[in-house]
Design a protein around this ligand. Structure first.
Ligand SMILES: [Zn+2]
Length: 463
């Protein structure tokens, strides 16, 4: 009986491996071709150079973002994708205004300049600026528990540091960024006059890392700023014995809305044109640096995935769609516009992969598994793994991206490219995010990694 069980087990194992080996041979060759073509003939690095150096940073509502929109549309047209179009939406317009000022003002200690950047979507102080005594907190919970009278007219400084011991830095970011996103609104609710937030980075230079902060409609707004790491340490040190006072001035403000566009190009499926596989990044960036790793790399990789499949002579059965989303950074208007389109389009949004974690060397993919993953998706992952493990790619449960995340209610299989994360948050949302930080080969291999699973998902569907 035992022997019989082993025989059956052995037989089924042989059948599985034979099937996998049978299909692996040609599939493995195709995946090797995609990687080879990516490093030999790709122009993705040159496209990125144009975006970063000729156009520059691309905040929503700016002429630079419009230039990037038309540049990438014409790129897709020159590559002869089956169709290329702009998907319109309204994007919020936020302007930073004059260069921000922030300094410690102390009759005993003197004056110390602090390096700050206004947080995205934040209001300014007006020409007179604001001044207040600083209170330091390490978490939203700590501030929440504090009596409002202790917070009134103060400047709240959120100083919880980035968890440097986390090997995957995206986790460290996720566990610290609540201070920036929700901290200022809470400080305002409790009567503070301004908020300072330690930059969400492991970098020990003094470049502030901005990012969006959220104030609900109708909520009291206060000016708020990201503080450089060294400035944060200085402020915490000087505030240690007795509270110091800080003066801030900024003129940032919201300026209504403007026209914005997602740039979309596709290879139309030959057999199932209404089943769609998406690969996307976001074309907008913050108004500092060059938006290189965040997210110029994701945009050029998305275009490159389609070019690679095309250049390899592969004829997709399903529609492969590259989407360069607009306004990911301070509103997600592009992600929402595509979701609104998907709600009425007679299409199945089968799978979507986002590249918005930087252009460093590919290590594999995240996939969304919060609500559990269906057995079909699990089976596909298992089969992709066999073919992609030789490249060292892992499949890790844990999210996808903000833009493709809007498709969650449609049950789309959502993934994110997982690049090496060690340096991403050194650059992210700061003036350090420039073209010279991107390595050509790493960028190209990232596109090849994505093209590989797009190819497999297209050829076999999701089992
Ligand atoms: Zn991004």
């Amino acid at each position: 009986m035992q022997n019989l069980r082993y025989c059956i087990l052995f037989l089924s194992f042989s059948l599985i491996t034979t099937k996998l080996c049978g299909q692996s041979k040609t599939d493995a060759e195709m995946i090797a071709t995609l990687h080879e073509k990516a490093v030999v003939e790709s122009k993705a690095y040159e496209w990125l150079e144009f975006l970063c150096k000729k156009i520059g940073n691309r905040l929503s509502g700016t002429p630079q973002l419009m230039a990037a929109t038309y540049y990438s549309k014409s790129l897709m047209e020159q590559l002869n994708f089956d169709s290329v179009w702009l998907q319109p939406c309204q994007v919020p317009v936020w302007i930073r205004g004059e260069k921000e000022e922030c300094r410690i003002v102390s009759s005993k200690l003197g004056s110390f300049e602090l390096k700050v950047l206004a947080l995205g979507n934040s209001t300014g102080t007006g020409q007179l600026g604001v001044e207040g005594e600083v209170i330091i907190v390490n978490s939203l919970q700590e501030l929440e528990k504090m009596d409002d009278s202790k917070v009134k007219d103060k400047i709240v400084f959120f100083n919880r540091p980035f968890q440097e011991s986390a090997l995957y830095t995206g986790k460290a970011y996720g566990s610290t960024v609540d201070q920036r996103v929700r901290g200022p609104q809470l400080a305002a609710k409790k009567g503070a006059v301004a908020a300072l937030v330690r930059s969400v980075t492991a970098n020990r230079d003094d470049e502030p890392h901005t990012g969006a902060t959220n104030f609900e409609d109708g909520a009291r707004q206060i000016p708020c700023y990201a503080l450089g790491t060294q400035s944060s340490n200085l402020l915490a040190d000087l505030n240690f014995k007795s509270p110091v006072r800080v003066y801030c001035k900024s003129t940032s403000k919201m300026m209504g809305t403007a026209d914005g566009y997602n740039v979309i190009g596709q290879l139309t499926g030959s057999k199932y044109p209404d089943e769609v596989i998406i690969i996307g990044g976001h074309l907008d960036s913050w108004d500092i640096g060059e938006g290189a790793h965040d997210d110029g790399t994701g945009c050029v990789q998305s275009i490159e995935v389609l070019r690679l499949l095309q250049s390899s002579g592969y004829k997709p059965q399903r529609t492969i769609r590259a989407i360069l989303y607009t306004n990911e950074e301070n509103g997600l208007a592009g992600g929402k516009a595509y979701k609104a389109y998907a709600d009425v389009a007679k299409e199945k949004q089968m799978m979507a992969i986002e590249s918005d974690s930087g252009g460093h060397s590919p290590q594999g993919f995240f996939y969304e598994a919060e609500a559990g993953i269906s057995p079909e998706y699990q089976q596909s992952l298992k089969e992709w793994k066999v073919l992609l493990e030789p490249y060292g790619y892992q499949f890790v449960p844990g999210g996808s991206g903000a833009d493709v995340g809007t498709l969650r209610p449609l049950k789309t299989f959502l993934l994110g490219l997982m690049p090496d994360s060690q340096r991403y948050f050194d650059y992210h949302h700061s003036s350090n995010d420039t073209f010279d930080k991107v390595n050509r080969r790493e960028l190209e291999l990232g596109a090849a990694a994505v093209a590989s699973i797009v190819f497999l998902a297209d050829k076999y569907g999701l089992k």
